[in-house]
Design a protein around this ligand. Sequence first.
Ligand SMILES: [Zn+2]
Length: 449
Amino acid sequence: MAKKEQVLLIGNGTLITLGEANRIIQDGAVLIRDGVIEAVGKTATLRKKARGATYINAKGKLIMPGFVNTHMHFYSTFARGLCPKQPAAKNFVEILDRLWFPLDKTLNADDIYYSTLVPLISAIKSGTTTMIDHHESQGFQLGSLDVIEKAVRKVGIRGCLTLGASDRYKKGQDGVEENVRFLKKIQAKNRKGDDMVTGMMGLHALFTVNEDTLKVTCDLAKAFNTGVHVHIAEDKADEDFNKKKYKKTVVQRLYDAGGLGPKTLAIHCVHINKAEMNLLAKTDTCVVTNPQSNMNNAVGVAPLLDMLEKGILVGLGTDAMTPGMVDDVRVVNILQKLANKDPRVFFVESCNLLLNNNGTIASRFFQKPVGVLKKGAYGDVILVDYDPPTPLNGNTFLGHFLFGICGARVDTTVVNGKILMQEGKLKGLNESAIMAASRKQAAAFWKRF
Ligand SMILES: [Zn+2]
């Protein structure tokens, strides 16, 4: 028996397509068939094509693509309220040594499962529909990505997963093995048409990775036709270490190992120089900036204007400060203005990072486009409760976005044509039960930490 088609029509709202030809369609609609957008247009026109469709009335709401988060760490969840090892860390390296390294080394399978579910629920509520995650759990690596995959599939968000291999405890090989095992499994599923979860190779950062682990990871990234998800020059300490030990800048070392390319995610790049930028531009490598995290760790401000000027594709991540995107897009705007002492910069750029570049980046990892409402893209859509107090049109959209829409309530979240939240209510997930289980799990984890 043929599988019944799943058809969803969302109409009667103000539709924002995003993408290269961003259009704003009043009384707009999007028609999604079996997870993929079939048409975008006027509600009256699409109604005729959508017989038998489930209908969502978006009256008084914006219909937009779901947000994409291009750098997240689900595993950080149990840090909330946790007291790090004392005395208090006074720099980035100490923050790793006293909080993040001991935390990830303590995680077991159940810890990882709940650490993943919790931010994913928050992502649904804040309209984030695709997450590119970077995992670390040095005490339990082999099989850890399966645990994350299970949680991602349960929640129903689109995810690209990796483990950041590292030699900090002489276990780099386990991290590489886990990525290989997971990629073999997930790419077999992807070939059969499943595209909800994908994978890539990953490294923690070049100052905790030796030459063998670096080279084998870069070679495998090529073999699997994926890139490397890796922290680059987040703190000056990364550059100093690599220059001292390898006589190379961080980006040069990754380039020499064959690790740069369109599917590589160079996270942070706060302390890179012009020559490193040229290598990133030449290889079409993606950079992901995480402004709130950089401020929180007091590591510096990424030279984003220089990178954009060189044509580097820069996306926006949260580095686990929040699962949702709206705080970081507002922060990157004001941080870059302040750092450059120029109020003219980064209004358009900040919106571009999130609304255009993140979709472009994520689309490199999935079989169909994400982050845009157009025919053939995935049906990942949000409704935002936003009644514009001033005229909303193509010329004014970014002002509305940064200063209004970002603070508005996400009403409905749809991923792959499936309704995950409607009118503010989660579907198919018992949030309070998950939070209660997470609290119990976290309390036990804190005792082991
Ligand atoms: Zn990170």
